[in-house]
Design a protein around this ligand. Structure first.
Ligand SMILES: [Zn+2]
Length: 425
């Protein structure tokens, strides 16, 4: 439906006021103005919009932010759509209080629909101290409905509505003002098509009886633990190249110190000290400024900075930990202890299950979880609980016990059941 394309040119004698389709230039201008009024910059208009949104069963939500030069993402705009309207909130507008938006996010009577919700929720949590609830993540739902792993918004919109999305503004500067018409259009498309995507996926989940499966995933996305960045846990995001307990203790100390420092100064972690430098310090254990200055990864003159003092203090703290209280170095993948082939067979069962039921393998089980199952029938992992157990976990255990087998039938893998484990195949 594109009435805007129709031309009034053949009817010039009617004059503009009688023309059922206003002239193209005028039209664009009107549309532009209309779009511009959609941008909310005052607390009053935000409160009014949010109270309109609160009357709907669901709203679609997206945020655009920048985090290249900061630790915390810098929120630039928020887009929200109901069945009736779509708005852009200029989060950087002077004096704008986002409280009505946070209230809508926490409104239990309104479902908040996101695509790949995690970063959006992280921002709301950081700025407003609340977690949006209830929520629906169309990326997770798509994985449960057979659209593969981590499908992008553009692809999902294309496959569900057939509507192509213009991606040219994806890496645009969302902090510039005024936003261009193109940016506004792009930003609104992130929530307008999401309405159709949500309704389609919701219907699919209901007809397949899988609504509960997605609900479980949403619990993780709306749990405080998911977003709490504790400096003490910062070392976990570093790749483990460390072999000795003392080195690990230093790595943990410095990673924790760097995380607090990056949070307090609101700069990316790498601006405080690079990952490579953390590894080198953990390996070389410098305790003096001179020793620190000799490290390959430390910039010249750095050893005389306040930051260097903090690092040396962290090394000394770790060195003071009594031997029997040093952290244990986590074991690298237990593939060598004879489980390798078992894990591979479980992977085949997982892949087969994923294809047969149209559920992305990733939401059923991870490789770590397969390894845990291969090692222990009672491993407390997700695939051995709830719907995952029905779909996969039970079969995984039976496969381990030899109660079922996998058979390759041409190109198709299938399960052989009810066989006596002692009998030859
Ligand atoms: Zn977006």
């Amino acid at each position: 439906m594109d009435v805007h394309r129709q031309s009034c040119a053949p009817l010039p004698e009617l004059g503009l006021s009688f023309c059922p389709f206003p002239l193209r230039d005028k039209r664009q201008h009107l549309r532009y103005e209309k779009r511009m009024t959609d941008i909310i910059t005052s607390t009053e208009s935000l409160a009014a919009a949010c109270s309109r949104f609160a009357t709907f069963d669901f709203v679609t939500v997206d945020t655009e932010f920048m985090r290249e030069t900061t630790y915390w993402p810098k929120l630039c705009i928020i887009q929200i759509a109901s069945a009736d309207e779509a708005v852009i909130i200029d989060a950087e507008a002077p004096g704008l209080d986002l409280a009505p938006f946070f209230a809508l996010m926490a409104d239990e009577t309104v479902m908040k629909v996101f695509h790949a919700a995690r970063q959006d929720i992280e921002i709301v949590w950081h700025l407003g101290g609340i977690l949006p609830h209830p929520i629906f993540d169309t990326q997770v739902a798509a994985m449960v409905c057979g659209y593969g792993e981590s499908i992008s918004y553009d692809q999902l919109v294309g496959r569900i509505t057939g509507h192509p999305i213009d991606k040219s503004s994806r890496f645009t500067d969302w902090s510039r003002r005024p936003l261009t018409e193109h940016q506004v259009e792009y930003a609104l498309a992130d929530v307008t098509h999401l309405r159709d995507v949500y309704l389609a996926l919701k219907g699919k989940l209901e007809s397949q009886g899988r609504s509960d499966w997605v609900a479980e995933e949403m619990d993780v996305l709306t749990s405080v633990d998911t977003y709490q960045v504790e400096p003490e846990n910062a070392w976990k995001r570093l790749k483990m190249r460390i072999k000795k307990p003392l080195q690990l203790a230093v790595l943990m100390e410095i990673a924790a110190w760097r995380e607090s420092e990056a949070q307090a100064r609101d700069v990316p972690r790498g601006r405080i000290i690079k990952d490579d430098a953390i590894y080198e310090i953990a390996e070389q254990l410098p305790t003096t400024a001179e020793a620190l200055g000799r490290l390959r990864t430390i910039p010249k003159g750095f050893e005389r900075s306040r930051t260097a003092e903090d690092i040396l203090a962290a090394v000394k703290r770790a060195a003071a930990i009594p031997k029997d209280q040093l952290p244990r170095v986590p074991k690298t993948r237990p593939m060598s202890d004879g489980n390798g082939a078992a894990v591979d067979l479980l992977k085949v069962l997982l892949k087969m299950t994923s294809e047969e039921h149209g559920v992305a393998a990733r939401v059923i089980a991870t490789v770590d979880e397969l390894e845990a199952i291969a090692a222990d029938d009672d491993a407390g992992v997700a695939p051995l609980a709830g719907w995952r157990r029905d779909l996969f976990g039970e079969n995984a255990l039976k496969l381990k016990r030899g109660e079922i087998a996998l058979r390759l039938d041409g190109r198709r893998v299938s399960i052989v059941r009810d066989r006596d484990p002692a009998a030859p195949l």
